[in-house]
Ligand binder design. Structure first.
Ligand SMILES: C[S@@+](CC[C@H](N)C(=O)[O-])C[C@H]1O[C@@H](n2cnc3c(N)ncnc32)[C@H](O)[C@@H]1O
Length: 277
C-alpha cells in the first residue's frame, strides 16, 4: 500500500477543532473483512486438504489484521505477517495485537520482511490479499514471487490470491461508498490496454470534513485469472482452482465463493485463485 502521506495520522482542522484522521482505521472499515477472510481460507483448506491448517502466512500484510484473526480460530494456530513498511506493522502492533489474549499474542509474528526473500517457517496457507501482488508488473517478477511462495509452503500447502476485473475496470471512474462516519472513494485513473496497467487511489472524507485525496495509491498491472493460473502452474503448483462469488436476489454478489471452471460476465467482480503445492 503505497501512500503519499508520510504520517498515518492527519489532523484535520475545522472551526478550530482538531479531528484525528486515521487512515488505517478507515481502510480496515472500508476495505477489509479479516474475520471472514480467515474463515474462508480455513474452509478452502478443509475442502481441498480435508484437514485444518495451522500455520498461516499473510504476505503484504500491512497492519496484519488477518494474522490477528487467524490465531483466534484455534489455540494451535500460528501466523506470520510480512511487510516491508514498518509504519503499518507498528499500527498493527498497537491496534490488532493489543486486544488479543496473552496466549494469542505469542502466536502472531509480524515481520518487517520482503515477500521475495521471506525467512519464516513453512506455512500451510500463504495469502496475498487486496491484490497486493499486482505491484509485480512483469511476468518474470510475478513468476519469481510465485516460485518463492511455493518454496515457503508446507508439503500440502495452499496459496490464495484475490483478483478483480470486469468491464468497469477498464474505465476511468470514481466510486463513492458511504459509511456511518465517513465516505470512501475508489478512484481508477484509466487503463492502458498496451501494458494492462492502471493507477488507483483511495480517498476518504470524514463526515462534515474536506475530502482527503490519495491516502493510498496503487500502480498495478491488471493480471487476469488465466494468467495467474498459468504462472502458478508454470512454477510448479500441482493444481489451481478458482472460487467465484454467487449472486443475491438483486443480482449483486452474495459473499459466498465456490469452486468453478466457469465465470460470469459482470461489470465488476472479485474472485480467488488457489494454488495447490
Ligand atoms: C495494498 S497493501 C495490503 C494491505 C493488506 N494486506 C490488505 O489486505 O489490505 C500492500 C502492502 O504491501 C507492502 N509491500 C509492498 N511490496 C512488498 C514486498 N516486496 N514485501 C513485503 N511487503 C511489501 C506495502 O508496504 C503495503 O503495506
Amino acid at each position: 500500500m503505497k501512500n503519499n502521506n508520510t504520517k498515518s495520522k492527519h489532523r484535520v482542522h475545522k472551526s478550530g477543532t482538531k479531528k484525528i484522521f486515521n487512515k488505517y482505521e478507515l481502510y480496515l472499515d472500508a476495505v477489509q473483512s479479516p474475520d471472514t477472510d480467515v474463515e474462508f481460507f480455513r474452509k478452502v483448506h478443509q475442502e481441498l486438504r480435508k484437514k485444518d491448517p495451522r500455520i498461516f502466512r499473510e504476505d503484504f500484510c500491512g497492519t496484519f489484521a488477518m494474522c490477528a484473526e487467524w490465531v483466534k480460530l484455534h489455540p494451535k494456530n500460528i501466523s506470520y505477517g510480512l511487510d516491508l513498511d514498518p509504519e503499518p506493522l507498528a499500527y498493527g502492533r498497537a491496534h490488532h495485537l493489543s486486544p488479543l489474549t496473552e496466549q494469542q499474542k505469542k502466536r502472531v509474528h509480524p515481520m518487517e520482511q520482503n515477500v521475495m526473500k521471506a525467512n519464516v517457517p513453512a506455512a500451510d496457507i500463504i495469502a496475498a490479499m487486496n491484490f497486493s501482488y499486482f505491484i509485480f508488473h512483469s511476468r518474470e517478477l510475478l513468476k519469481k514471487y510465485f516460485t518463492d511462495v511455493l518454496k515457503g509452503l508446507s508439503s500440502k500447502g495452499l496459496f490464495l490470491v484475490d483478483v478483480f476485473g470486469g468491464s468497469a475496470c477498464y474505465d476511468e471512474n470514481e466510486e463513492k461508498t458511504k459509511y456511518r462516519k465517513f465516505s470512501y472513494f475508489w478512484h481508477q485513473h484509466g487503463f492502458d490496454p498496451v501494458t494492462a496497467k492502471a493507477k488507483f487511489s483511495i480517498h476518504f472524507q470524514l463526515k462534515d470534513q474536506r475530502k482527503i485525496e490519495d491516502v493510498f495509491t496503487y500502480d498495478w498491472r491488471m493480471w487476469t485469472i488465466p494468467e495467474i493460473r498459468e504462472i502458478m502452474e508454470e512454477v510448479g503448483f500441482k493444481k489451481t482452482h478458482v472460487y467465484w462469488e454467487g449472486t443475491n436476489k438483486k443480482g449483486g454478489g452474495n459473499g459466498v465463493f465456490t469452486r468453478t471452471e466457469k465465470g460470469e460476465e459482470c461489470e465488476a467482480w472479485v474472485a480467488y485463485v488457489v494454488g495447490e503445492k
